[in-house]
Design a protein. Structure first.
Length: 131
């Protein structure tokens, strides 16, 4: 559900059980919006992206993995320097316990000068320690 255009506000992620017709709240997090999500091959984990809006020319990504059995979520840092604003563009599971994601990197210093050309960093992998 949207709570405001280009603002960091609470977002609620829900699941829907087709058999019972019941909704269940999975997480409630602050951010500019929710992005891509992917369920692990086992069905136990959900990798998802939250975006933060930090200015006219600044949106950053935060990557999370949610354990659907325990309903606990852990954030996993997307590597970047102080000037870089990484945007996760796509996520997918590769095997049982590895999340792959594609990243576009925008430089805040270039944005201030009116340049918004992203640096496509390609594919990175994440193997969360809790698997």
């Amino acid at each position: 559900a949207s709570t405001g255009k280009a603002q960091n506000r609470p977002w609620i992620m829900m699941s829907y059980d087709l058999n019972s017709g019941k909704l269940k709240q999975l997480v409630s997090q602050s951010g500019g919006c929710c992005g891509d999500a992917a369920v692990s091959p086992s069905g136990r984990y959900l990798a998802y992206v939250m975006y933060n809006v930090c200015g006219v020319c600044c949106t950053t990504s935060r990557l999370f993995v949610l354990d659907l059995e325990t309903n606990t979520s852990a954030e996993h840092a997307v590597p970047s320097t102080a000037d870089e604003r990484p945007l996760v563009k796509a996520i997918r599971w590769s095997g049982r316990s590895t999340v792959e994601y594609d990243v576009e990197v925008h430089l805040e210093s270039e944005c201030a000068r009116g340049i918004t050309t992203p640096d496509a960093r390609g594919r990175s992998t994440l193997t969360p320690p809790e698997f």
